[in-house]
Ligand binder design. Structure first.
Ligand SMILES: Nc1nc2c(ncn2[C@@H]2O[C@H](COP(=O)(O)OP(=O)(O)OP(=O)(O)O)[C@@H](O)[C@H]2O)c(=O)[nH]1
Ligand SMILES: [Zn+2]
Length: 343
């Protein structure tokens, strides 16, 4: 038996990546049975009709144990760990949307210039990533063009909040080793405005990677029905890790961030949240607000608080909406979002 990760799946047929390569698998009958339930029990006729649940028992991102049969084929005998991030409508209504495909990390890419980095947009990305409990890597590309002092100072703020920051140049190769290290062991999606260098960066990490990530989403568009509409591209090399295709990224966009959860999504606010005088404090103009007091004392970063205020005014749903617009990059709406004054 070998262990592996489901990287693509149609009902009944799954591609499982293992140490020995990709194995095309079917599911052992007893596992299929777990997902069947009786429709009617007509003992008179001694028949029991079964209906298979609409949901596929396996998702991309699940860890499984496989019994290889003949060359390149096998049978999935056991589900070791289900991808924790499977999306449900119920979650969507609550505003706690989980992404599909076991995605556990987003890599938010900005450039040092051309286009200039827009950190309000970064705060929006971080809020949605926090709401979905995804790790975030802040990747600043094009460092060969120089890093302005103001940007270096802002990045220090994010580092102190505990976010991983990678300074890269797809051109010179600077920082790529560090980025590879941050991708290891994760299923990551790359996000960022048009022109920041996502494609160049992916190809610098692994030749042809950008084409593989977008080729996959193109085939998804043609109506190819994979388990969750998304696939994972394995990263070669010792470090490993997976990159989710753009269909996986789009799935992140569903739903908003519940308004009551917005302040929590600013991770540095959390220690103060139970210290406001009013139980229902929105941290905008209420008396005795611990967040505003901490900002006034310089304990919380003022620009981050201003991002909070703007997002609060927009309402929680708008956060998800902006995120959706941001990731619908085919029509480059992200660019408009990034450069809308006052965003
Ligand atoms: N100087 C410099 N230029 C870079 C770097 N990375 C990418 N570029 C250039 O930036 C431009 C945009 O790069 P892309 O990789 O197409 O950007 P993208 O983010 O994939 O853009 P979209 O496909 O529109 O989403 C290209 O002209 C690249 O050559 C870098 O590290 N340094
Ligand atoms: Zn408050």
């Amino acid at each position: 038996m070998v262990e592996g990760l489901v990287i693509e799946g149609n009902r009944g047929q799954y591609h499982v990546e293992t140490a020995d390569g990709i194995i095309i698998c079917t599911l052992r009958g007893k596992l299929r049975k777990q997902f069947e339930y009786p429709v009617s029990q007509n003992w008179h006729h001694n028949v029991q009709r079964m209906k298979i649940k609409a949901r596929d028992p396996l998702s991309v991102g699940d860890h499984v144990r496989v019994l290889p049969t003949n060359a390149g084929n096998g049978v999935i005998e056991e589900i070791i760990k289900s991808s924790s991030h499977s999306f449900t409508r119920e979650d969507s209504k609550k505003g706690n949307v989980r992404s599909v495909a076991g995605l556990d990390q987003v890599v938010v890419v900005f450039a040092t210039r051309d286009p200039a980095p827009h950190l309000r947009l970064l705060d929006r990305f971080l809020v949605v990533a926090e709401a979905q409990e995804l790790a975030t890597v802040i990747c600043i590309n094009k460092v060969d063009l120089g890093v302005d002092d103001w940007l270096a100072a802002r990045l220090d703020v994010y580092r102190k909040l505990g976010y991983a920051v990678a300074l890269t140049s797809a051109d010179s190769g600077a920082g790529l080793g560090e980025l590879r290290g941050l991708l290891a062991g994760h299923i990551s999606a790359f996000l960022g405005s048009s022109g920041v260098g996502k494609s160049t960066l992916l190809n610098a990490l692994q030749p042809g990677l950008s084409e593989r990530v977008s080729e996959i989403s193109a085939s998804t568009h043609k109506g190819r029905h994979t388990t969750t509409g998304t696939r994972l591209v394995p990263l070669g090399g010792a470090a490993g890790g997976y990159i989710a295709d753009t269909a996986g990224i789009r799935a992140l966009a569903l739903g908003g961030v519940a308004a009551g959860r917005l302040a929590w999504c600013f991770r540095e606010f959390r220690p103060y949240l139970d210290q406001c005088s009013l139980g229902y404090c929105h941290h905008t103009s209420e008396p005795g607000c611990a967040i505003r007091a901490a900002v006034a004392l310089g304990r919380l970063d003022r620009e981050r608080y201003e991002s909070y205020q703007r997002l609060y005014q927009d309402g929680g749903d708008a956060v998800g909406k902006s995120w959706f617009d941001a990731v619908s990059s085919e029509d480059h709406r992200l660019d408009k979002l990034a450069y809308t004054p006052g965003v």
